[in-house]
Design a protein around this ligand. Structure first.
Ligand code: NAD
Length: 433
């Protein structure tokens, strides 16, 4: 019997082994066993603290009403207020969101931010909505979860399918529904806002920038330097496009990109800046004149140094892992590698840089934004980047140190370092009452 089966048995819950929540909790519990976490804390971390599902109507432009479903999962707040993105996507499932909330708890702990973990989502295809419908959907969802979020209790942010404009509507709704005396404190209820409305310099590129700082910390130890490398990317949204652009600015040749519209390749290196503009205009990479179209299997099999998944969960399963021809998988997306995919890659000595380290730049600059809002301050981009680099370097060092102490993979080391911090804080605080 595995530790996960035992713990879920005690909690009287049951998941299939393919379930992404099962897989996330398994990774956490394997690391918990390694560090010797007390069983009572294993049980706490294996279940979210709160799960809220809301069904709410929205009037469409044609006058008709549609019912939407959204959720907010608050996994753990021993380190501070819950923190995590809101996903707008047709495949939003509660177990996916629970998994992402647990990952947020680990990520904030690894970077030692004063936040716990949460995640939310709305099951919707935003491409089918007008701007007006999207705004009404956002405002109505915000009012539905209104009593469960606040700048000192739970602070949402953007994720797949949401953006700075959506965060602005969320903040504005929250501020308007609050009494006048609390109105302006309400600005800090979400992060990832536009700069003109309480956002932080450097937040839009933060996840890609943090990933770049992590690579600059770790690659020299692997005898690699960004200026000599080739890379391919899945996803060219916020995380993928910033990662691609920042890598290219450092001299890395981005040979291929795939997104939901198709895959393109250019062995001389794609023009990552022009590609970002093209995707903004056309909605995807397909048809980009600076690359030639390739099939999905050819994309996965292309020889590169860095393979960077920056799209959805569980995309690198065993079949895809067999195709990969890279030295390092850099996990920019959350949970992009399945356990089967991971063990195949590790057997082939492909290094995997884990998501909770690689993509923690987003929540770190969200923390800087929240801090600026609370102190009524504005940092410039240089200050944001310097602070981000220091946080990423600290987290990378903790992962390397844990990998050395426990003689384990970088993924297990990242979870182990996060769990040690959470355990330490539980020891100091105790469990109420
Ligand atoms: P986004 O919506 O901006 O972009 C998502 C990208 O994924 C798009 O390019 C889309 O085409 C692509 N995609 C979707 N389905 C696909 C498929 N089936 N095949 C290939 N490509 C597909 O989202 P994002 O904010 O860039 O988030 C990407 C990942 O990074 C997610 O796992 C998210 O949770 C994670 N993440 C995001 C942030 C952030 O600050 N935005 C921070 C940390 C982690």
């Amino acid at each position: 019997m595995t530790e996960t089966t035992k713990v879920f048995g005690e909690l009287q819950t049951n998941y299939s082994q393919e379930n992404v929540y099962y897989q996330t909790i398994t990774a956490i519990l394997e690391a918990a066993l390694k560090v010797g976490l007390p069983h009572r804390l294993e049980l706490i971390l294996a279940q979210p603290k709160n799960e809220l599902v809301v069904n709410f109507p929205v009037q469409m432009d044609d006058g008709d009403y549609r019912l939407f479903q959204g959720c907010r999962v608050q996994h753990n707040n021993v380190l501070g207020p819950f923190k995590g993105g809101i996903r707008f996507h047709p495949n939003v499932e509660l177990d996916h969101v629970k998994s992402l909330a647990a990952i947020m708890t680990m990520k904030c702990a690894l970077v030692q931010l004063p936040f716990g973990g949460a995640k939310g989502g709305i099951r919707v295809d935003t491409h089918q909505l007008s701007q007006n419908e999207l705004m009404h959907l956002t405002r109505r969802f915000t009012s539905s979860i209104m009593t469960n979020i606040s700048p000192v209790y739970d602070i949402p942010a953007p994720d797949v399918g949401s953006n700075a404009q959506i965060m602005a509507w969320m903040a504005d709704t929250y501020m308007n529904l609050n009494g006048p005396e609390n109105r302006f404190d309400g600005l800090g209820v979400v992060t990832g806002k536009p700069i003109e409305f309480g956002g932080s310099a450097g937040r839009e590129k933060a996840t890609g920038q943090g990933l770049l700082f992590v690579l600059e910390e770790l690659l020299p130890g692997m005898d690699m330097s960004l200026s000599d490398l080739t890379a391919s990317l899945i996803g060219y949204g916020n995380v993928g496009s910033w990662t691609g652009r920042l890598l290219a600015r450092k001299g890395t040749t981005v040979r291929a990109v795939m997104d939901h519209t198709g895959a393109i390749r250019n062995d001389e290196g794609l023009d990552t800046e022009a590609l970002a503009e093209y995707v903004t205009e056309h909605g995807g990479v397909a048809g980009f004149p600076g690359g030639k179209p390739i099939g999905e299997d050819d994309f996965y099999a292309l020889e590169v140094d860095l393979f960077i998944p920056a799209a959805m969960e569980q995309m690198i399963d065993a079949d895809k892992a067999k195709l990969l021809n890279c030295k390092v998988v850099v996990e920019a997306a959350n949970a992009p590698t399945t356990p089967d995919g991971e063990s195949l890659l590790l057997d082939r000595e492909v290094a995997i840089l884990p998501a909770i380290l690689c993509n923690s730049g987003g929540v770190t600059v969200s923390y800087f934004e929240w801090k600026q809002n609370r102190q009524a301050e504005t940092w410039d981009e240089y200050t944001v980047d310097q602070n981000l680099r220091a946080r990423m370097a600290g987290a990378a060092a903790r992962v390397q140190d844990a990998a050395h102490r426990y003689d384990c993979s970088l993924r297990m080391a990242a979870y182990a370092a996060a769990i040690e911090h959470i355990w330490h804080v539980y020891e100091i605080r105790g469990i109420f009452p």
